[in-house]
Design a protein around this ligand. Structure first.
Ligand SMILES: *[C@@H]1O[C@H](CO)[C@@H](O)[C@H](O)[C@H]1NC(C)=O
Ligand SMILES: *[C@@H]1O[C@H](CO)[C@@H](O)[C@H](O)[C@H]1NC(C)=O
Length: 139
């Protein structure tokens, strides 16, 4: 009977250990977007641009209106030259670096539910310009 109670205790112990783990795998699996698969091996002109890249891509996925297909240019690693509305320059803290310093969505008629997690996450951004019609589409 000592062995049986030991086995039962062992079983309960492993269930208690494994159960929360299964729950946590399930719960973290569903809400996370399919992000880090094809993009992990991209090479950027500057380390600063590799930091802003996933932030831009995440924002791109939240765009709800894009009548001029602006976000079609928001692909690949050449953020400074290919991405419409994004502008790079040398940041004040490092004269040899290249950073995303300005965004101008004026005239693009883009709409997104929120800017949270976008402009507030861009470390070198000095200018964000969007028309009032764009901002009015939030909320
Ligand atoms: C990453 O990209 C480089 C250059 O394009 C390539 O040589 C390398 O094989 C790639 N690595 C992986 C893991 O895909
Ligand atoms: C300045 O930027 C260059 C290019 O990204 C980088 O290699 C270097 O480490 C940076 N220097 C400092 C002090 O951050």
């Amino acid at each position: 009977m000592g062995i049986i109670s030991l086995l039962i205790r062992q079983f309960i112990y492993t269930s208690l250990v494994l159960l929360p783990c299964l729950l946590c795998v399930n719960s973290t699996d569903s809400p996370s977007p399919p992000s880090p698969s094809p993009d992990f091996n991209l090479t950027f002109g500057d380390q600063k641009l590799s930091v802003v890249y996933p932030i831009i891509q995440r924002f791109r996925n939240t765009i709800t209106a894009d009548p001029f297909k602006i976000t079609k240019t928001w692909v690949g690693t050449d953020i400074c030259n290919k991405y419409k509305g994004f502008f790079c320059d040398t940041p004040p803290d490092n004269s040899s670096a290249k950073a995303l310093v300005a965004i101008d969505f004026n005239g693009f008629q883009l709409a997104a539910p929120t800017l949270d997690g976008f402009i507030d996450q861009l470390p070198d951004l000095a200018i964000f310009h969007a028309p009032t019609t764009f901002l009015a589409l939030f909320h």
